[in-house]
Design a protein around this ligand. Structure first.
Ligand SMILES: *[C@@H]1O[C@H](CO)[C@@H](O)[C@H](O)[C@H]1NC(C)=O
Length: 394
């Protein structure tokens, strides 16, 4: 008790000169809550003291993340006030930028011109993202809204609109279509230059909208090496890019989806979101033989699809697992295959289709080849898979 009193006394004496500075500043800066320095306010200032060191806050509509700053700081940094924070001593300052701007903040929202309206002009829109410090290891992009034009529906190539990220250590990212709710991590460890996000819109009369949250991630919080997507929850849903109604998976993708192993979880179960949520290429086989002869794709001469050509699916999803070690979950047999393509996630027509794997780390690799074949978009919707980590049995 005594020791506590002594230490808080010491703290106070250290704070007093600082407190004086705060008040000195308050007179010069329009910081409304401090304009009446009553004794009550002094108490609040003490509570509030750590806040000018940038703290995160939630905007008044709870939709966006901002930094708790005083009104003046927010204004000179070109932020926008979105309600009070820190007991009313600061404002939740949200940073929103559009085309031809430069990001030099941790959390920034990149939106289309006219947002939240739609954009149907033709043109290019790019954003430069500067690392806020040398320790920034990755940029996380959260696609709060991502509605660009669809790719060529036969090939999956992004032709009308493209969204491209360049400049970092990761391979360039190139996508289009509908990706709201998706996220990506982009490595910037060794990046000397700024990262550039470039959106190219080549045709009018499409309605586009985007709202992308850009967060700068330090090394300690980074996603593991090579993970384009990193899911932190023990239960969740993963989807390939442009998994949507009337969508189609994108050509030319090669990336890894990672799921963080939760504490006391030893394996993971994957299930398609519904019976139509695994469509990566024409059906390979069925009980009665070969489905979908592929008449319309010109090149596919041999109707007999052997196991070998199955292994060569140029559009595929891979999951590491040793088939000799496959685990049979309670719901039925689930053989963990390395390679998945065609119209079934499970290799046999197991129902329900459910695959369990205890190979760690929990990852899936998406490999979609170049869009040099024309295929039925209905056979190429992509993948939506629900996952659930399983407790270690002790
Ligand atoms: C940026 O903000 C996120 C959360 O929104 C936080 O986790 C991260 O540590 C911040 N990055 C830096 C460099 O402060």
């Amino acid at each position: 008790m005594k020791a506590g009193t002594r230490s808080s006394g010491r703290q106070l004496s250290m704070l007093l000169p600082l407190l004086f500075l705060v008040f000195g500043g308050a007179r010069a800066w329009p910081w409304p809550s401090l304009s009446v320095p009553s004794s009550k306010a002094v108490g609040r200032v003490l509570n509030f003291f750590p806040v000018p060191v940038t703290e995160e806050c939630l905007s008044d509509d709870s939709r966006r993340t901002g930094l708790c700053l005083n009104t003046y700081e927010c204004r000179i940094q070109n932020g926008e006030s979105h309600g009070p924070c820190a007991l009313g001593f600061g404002v939740c300052c949200v940073f929103t930028l559009s085309c031809s701007a430069e990001v030099d903040n941790n959390v920034t929202y990149f939106v289309n011109p006219k947002f939240p309206g739609l954009l149907n002009d033709v043109g290019e829109c790019s954003l430069r993202v500067k690392k806020i410090s040398k320790d920034i290891s990755q940029m996380r992009l959260d696609f709060v809204n991502f509605n660009l034009a669809q790719p060529n529906r036969k090939t999956g190539v992004c032709e009308t609109d493209t969204f491209v990220v360049t400049g970092g250590a990761s391979k360039d990212l190139r996508i289009c279509g509908l990706n709201s709710g998706q996220h990506v991590y982009y490595d910037v460890d060794d990046a000397k230059d700024d990262i550039t996000i470039n959106i190219r819109l080549t045709k009018a009369n499409y309605n586009r909208m985007w709202e992308i949250k850009i967060t700068q991630i330090e090394f300690s919080q980074r996603a593991p090496d090579g993970c384009l997507q990193y899911f932190h929850d023990s239960v969740g849903t993963v989807q390939t890019m442009n998994f949507a109604i009337n969508g189609r998976h994108l050509a030319d993708q090669d990336y890894v989806i990672c799921i963080r192993q939760s504490e006391s979880m030893c394996s993971i179960v994957y299930e398609p979101c519904d019976e139509n949520s695994f469509k990566i290429g024409p059906p390979l086989y069925s009980d009665t033989g070969i489905e979908g002869s592929g008449d319309d794709n010109g090149g596919g001469g041999n109707p007999m699809v052997s196991m070998d050509s199955f292994r060569e699916c140029s559009d595929r999803v891979m999951m590491p697992c040793d088939s000799e070690e496959f685990i049979t979950p309670q719901g039925g047999p689930g053989i963990c295959d390395l390679l998945h393509c065609g119209s079934n996630f499970c290799s046999d027509k197991e129902t329900p289709c459910r695959i369990e794997s205890s190979t760690t780390p929990f990852v899936m690799r998406v490999q979609f080849g170049p869009g040099n074949r024309e295929e039925n978009p209905e056979d190429n919707l992509g993948m939506c898979i629900r996952y659930e980590q399983q407790q270690c049995s002790s």
